[in-house]
Design a protein around this ligand. Structure first.
Ligand SMILES: [Zn+2]
Ligand SMILES: [Zn+2]
Length: 356
């Protein structure tokens, strides 16, 4: 998830139809204060499918019910809840799956998610503890000062204590990445098990591609199969998979994307520029926290975590590829010190083309 400046008026209920006649309703929900997310309710070939659920926090469930009521009236149904067959989760972030405990009390719909995000739903409490440990180690290594570390962990735990584990009915690889006319493409990066879902000439892309903002990046140091390298590879994968027949790409937070290829190119360019800036900053030794404040300025609250993670993902990408080294390795050997990264100017590593 990530903050998107928004007002309620921007986030509206909307109806779409695919070229082959599937009906899609976009339901806006306030996932967290000033942070909106969309679920999509789809009617195709006698199947009723919900893509994502909102956060379950605050008014999110109520907004989902209001959306269902509008759809019920449009479709002339007795109840949406009773006709729901499947709930497909695009990825294991709470703003997309947090409504599941509420929904599963009211519907027998089968829940699906990709294998690599399964435990986010089924072993939630365990994952919080593991992620907290990894986050603490990362923040220490990144050179975030002690007070800010505690503030970040406090905010992280507040957000994450809002859910309890639920049962999932199937995973996408296990059904050969197909369900009826829905097809799934695994696009790791923003989360380990993120998928883009295709239905006819429409895509549901969750947070993999957004309009107006580049989707948030975490270092793979926190969770395997996340990280900028995986993310950029996944953008290429989507570019190849989504052919010219795609009319519209529906995302988790932004308005529909009409020219997906152009949007992918723009996002790649943003990361290329950010990587170049990171290299320039690290012509002198610096920590991830220092890179973060130079890239994103002085931020507060949850944005501290988001900006340090984003900077960490870019530093990690360059370090993995031999463009950065660690300049205080003797101190590191002695004990807990932040890592000081520095550009290596290695002619072999520099042959890598960052530019997209
Ligand atoms: Zn999201
Ligand atoms: Zn997300």
């Amino acid at each position: 998830m990530q903050p998107i400046p928004s007002t309620k008026t921007l986030h509206t209920f909307k109806q779409f139809a695919t070229a082959q006649g599937a009906r899609i309703y976009r339901i806006p929900m306030q996932a967290f204060p000033n942070f909106w997310v969309y679920a999509y309710l789809v009617f195709v070939d006698g199947m009723t499918v919900l893509v994502d659920t909102g956060s379950g926090f605050g008014d999110s469930n109520q907004h989902l019910l209001e959306g269902f009521e509008r759809v019920r009236a449009c479709e002339g149904l007795d109840s949406v809840m009773d006709t729901l067959d499947y709930i497909l989760i695009t990825h294991g972030h709470i703003d997309h799956f947090g409504g599941l405990p509420f929904l599963l009390e009211k519907t027998d719909a089968k829940v699906g998610i990709h294998e690599l995000d399964l435990r986010n739903l089924t072993n939630y409490e365990e994952r919080i503890i593991i992620t907290e440990q990894r986050l603490r180690a990362f923040l220490l290594e990144a050179g975030v000062d002690a007070d800010r570390q505690e503030e970040i962990i406090r905010v992280y735990l507040l957000n994450k204590m809002l859910f309890r584990s639920v049962n999932v009915d199937f995973t996408y690889n296990a059904i050969d990445m197909k369900l009826g006319k829905f097809e799934f493409l695994h696009v790791p990066g923003h989360s380990a098990g993120h998928v883009v879902i295709r239905l006819h000439d429409y895509l549901f892309c969750g947070d993999h591609v957004l309009n107006g903002i580049s989707p948030h990046q975490w270092p793979e140091r926190l969770t395997l199969n996340m990280g900028l390298g995986h993310y950029l590879d996944s953008l290429e994968k989507l570019n190849a998979w989504a052919d010219d027949d795609i009319t519209l790409t529906l995302s988790g937070h932004s308005e529909p994307i009409t020219k997906l290829g152009d949007r992918i190119t723009q996002i790649k360019r943003i990361h290329a520029q950010r990587l170049e800036r990171t290299l320039a900053i690290l012509s002198k030794p610096g920590t991830v926290a220092e890179v973060s404040s130079q890239l994103f300025g002085d931020v507060s609250g949850y944005d501290i975590l988001l900006s340090v993670e984003e900077a960490g993902a870019h530093v990690e990408y360059l370090y993995q590829r031999g463009l950065l080294g660690i300049s205080n390795i003797n101190e590191i050997e002695q004990g807990d010190s932040p890592l000081l990264y520095k550009r290596l100017n290695d002619p072999v590593a520099e042959q890598m083309r960052i530019c997209c």
